[in-house]
Design a protein around this ligand. Structure first.
Ligand SMILES: *[C@@H]1O[C@H](CO)[C@@H](O)[C@H](O)[C@H]1NC(C)=O
Ligand SMILES: *[C@@H]1O[C@H](CO)[C@@H](O)[C@H](O)[C@H]1NC(C)=O
Ligand SMILES: *[C@@H]1O[C@H](CO)[C@@H](O)[C@H](O)[C@H]1NC(C)=O
Ligand SMILES: *[C@@H]1O[C@H](CO)[C@@H](O)[C@H](O)[C@H]1NC(C)=O
Ligand SMILES: *[C@@H]1O[C@H](CO)[C@@H](O)[C@H](O)[C@H]1NC(C)=O
Ligand SMILES: *[C@@H]1O[C@H](CO)[C@@H](O)[C@H](O)[C@H]1NC(C)=O
Ligand SMILES: *[C@@H]1O[C@H](CO)[C@@H](O)[C@H](O)[C@H]1NC(C)=O
Ligand SMILES: *[C@@H]1O[C@H](CO)[C@@H](O)[C@H](O)[C@H]1NC(C)=O
Ligand SMILES: *[C@@H]1O[C@H](CO)[C@@H](O)[C@H](O)[C@H]1NC(C)=O
Ligand SMILES: *[C@@H]1O[C@H](CO)[C@@H](O)[C@H](O)[C@H]1NC(C)=O
Length: 389
């Protein structure tokens, strides 16, 4: 059964290339006065099996000293901080998936908008291990109630591209054929656009792979340097032009750039993304991002940045321990001990995009490190009324 199943997927993927077989991905319903979507990021921890300490601490240095090249996924799977995190992160992803399901059942979410880091630690490929992870961290994790038949508009994060092209291919080409809730455009590319269409409004979304923009990922020592990222880093103009053309050709009421890394952040602004942000500013668009493991709202140069990176392992330092580093940080879902798990919803209509931040009451063994009195209500809200141009 197991082997036949794998065989069927390989065959389907090959057929997909050979005869142009298209995924029957679900899309959000059209024609609503108000459409609610959930923005979710940095979630896919469950099932990751770190490499044993013995290898990471003793064997790996020996191999390196002997001049043996260490594959990036093995180096990444030895990350000491993430190895420590996996126990809590797995429990937190599970609890947060239930919380997201609960809020979305109340709010009637029609789609999920992912801002990447779908599979820690080193992405997934079309392999036995990759299939197991896809099942555990996503298919089986988000599978009932509000998640049933609800599309996820997907996006790549830094963890997703560690395996290079094979990792990108799984998420852009294999996953849409595997599960019809997994949406990745119609061309099998790591960047794409889609429209959400309401009764009397339209919203244009552009998804890009921000991994391609970071100079730091091209350093020789970076686990993110591979032939996929090197090639797309060489040619970020393709994605920048795609954003420019798509926004320029769209007369939508609202425009969104959906990507993983933060241009505006409480820890590190990724200024390499500036060419994209210039276009966003020109069109009065809104930025949706993850990467920092918390919830945040930043307002910079008349532009809203919505951070939703808290559906897995939240980290207080990623939100500067809850202390706004400047007036551009309007909300940070963290305190001096921890950051909140949670996600963000947008109620999109003709006159307003109502943005709500749902922070989960964080019960730990030794108490409640992130108390939220009533976590079925948003902890923070703001409205976008400035339309796109
Ligand atoms: C949820 O929202 C969608 C889109 O507006 C709508 O088609 C559907 O009827 C709503 N479901 C409920 C139970 O309100
Ligand atoms: C895991 O959670 C426990 C509380 O349940 C906490 O004491 C511990 O520091 C956490 N570990 C990490 C790595 O965050
Ligand atoms: C990137 O561009 C440089 C210079 O144009 C070229 O030498 C190199 O081969 C390119 N790398 C990739 C991976 O395309
Ligand atoms: C965007 O496209 C327009 C033409 O459609 C062009 O004039 C402009 O220079 C482009 N901007 C960027 C930043 O590429
Ligand atoms: C955008 O243009 C199309 C036709 O080009 C039109 O049908 C639609 O109503 C316009 N939408 C908005 C929001 O102006
Ligand atoms: C990030 O950008 C904001 C707004 O420009 C700035 O105030 C802040 O100092 C920057 N943070 C860092 C770490 O550079
Ligand atoms: C804000 O906009 C101005 C004018 O376009 C630009 O010079 C500046 O770099 C922008 N600042 C940031 C932090 O993006
Ligand atoms: C946040 O808290 C951590 C742990 O208490 C501390 O190590 C770190 O310096 C703090 N960061 C800031 C920016 O205050
Ligand atoms: C964290 O903040 C609380 C008040 O919100 C304060 O009582 C506590 O001492 C602070 N802890 C640390 C480690 O700064
Ligand atoms: C946002 O707009 C909605 C109506 O679309 C309104 O009910 C709500 O009070 C507004 N919230 C804020 C924070 O202004």
């Amino acid at each position: 059964m197991g082997l036949q199943y794998v065989g069927a997927i390989v065959l389907t993927a090959l057929l997909g290339q050979a005869v142009g077989l298209k995924a029957n991905s679900l899309v959000a319903p059209k024609g609503a006065e108000v459409l609610t979507v959930g923005i979710i990021g940095d979630y896919g921890w469950t099932g990751w099996v770190p490499i044993p300490d013995h290898f990471c601490r003793e064997v790996l240095p020996r191999l390196t000293a002997a001049g043996i090249e260490i594959p990036n996924d093995i180096a990444k799977d030895c990350d000491p901080d993430d190895k420590l995190a996996i126990g809590n992160a797995t429990a937190l992803q599970l609890d947060t998936s239930a919380y997201v399901g609960q809020i979305c059942a109340i709010k009637n979410c029609s789609a999920f908008i992912s801002v990447g880091d779908n599979f820690y630690e080193s992405g997934v490929t079309l392999s036995s291990g990759g299939i197991a992870r896809f099942e555990q961290a996503w298919v089986g994790m988000y599978n009932e109630g509000a998640f049933d038949k609800t599309p996820w508009y997907q996006c790549l994060g830094n963890h997703d591209i560690v395996p290079g092209q094979a990792g990108v291919d799984f998420q852009t080409k294999v996953a849409p054929l595997y599960d019809d809730r997994w949406y990745f455009g119609t061309k099998g590319l790591p960047y794409y656009t889609y429209d959400l269409v309401g009764a009397d409004w339209t919203a244009t979304f552009v998804v890009v792979d921000s991994d391609c923009y970071l100079d730091s990922y091209q350093k020789k020592s970076s686990v993110y340097k591979n032939s996929y990222t090197s090639a797309c880093h060489n040619n970020t103009q393709v994605q920048t032009d795609f954003l420019n053309t798509t926004f320029s050709n769209s007369n939508a009421t609202w425009k969104f750039l959906q990507l993983h890394h933060p241009y505006a952040s409480a820890t590190g602004n990724e200024t390499d993304l500036a060419p994209l942000i210039k276009i966003v500013e020109k069109h009065n668009a809104v930025v949706l991002n993850g990467h920092d493991h918390c919830l945040g709202h930043f307002f910079l140069n008349n532009t809203n940045f919505i951070l939703s990176g808290a559906a897995g392992f939240p980290e207080a330092a990623a939100c500067n321990n809850g202390t706004a580093p400047g007036p551009y940080a309007r909300y940070l879902g963290a305190n001096n001990l921890t950051a909140a798990n949670g996600f963000v919803t947008m109620d999109i209509s003709r006159d307003t995009v109502a943005v709500e931040y749902y922070a989960r009451d964080m019960q730990f063994e030794n108490g409640d490190l992130f108390p939220v009195k009533s976590d079925l209500k948003p902890s923070y809200t703001f409205n976008i009324t400035q339309k796109a141009k």
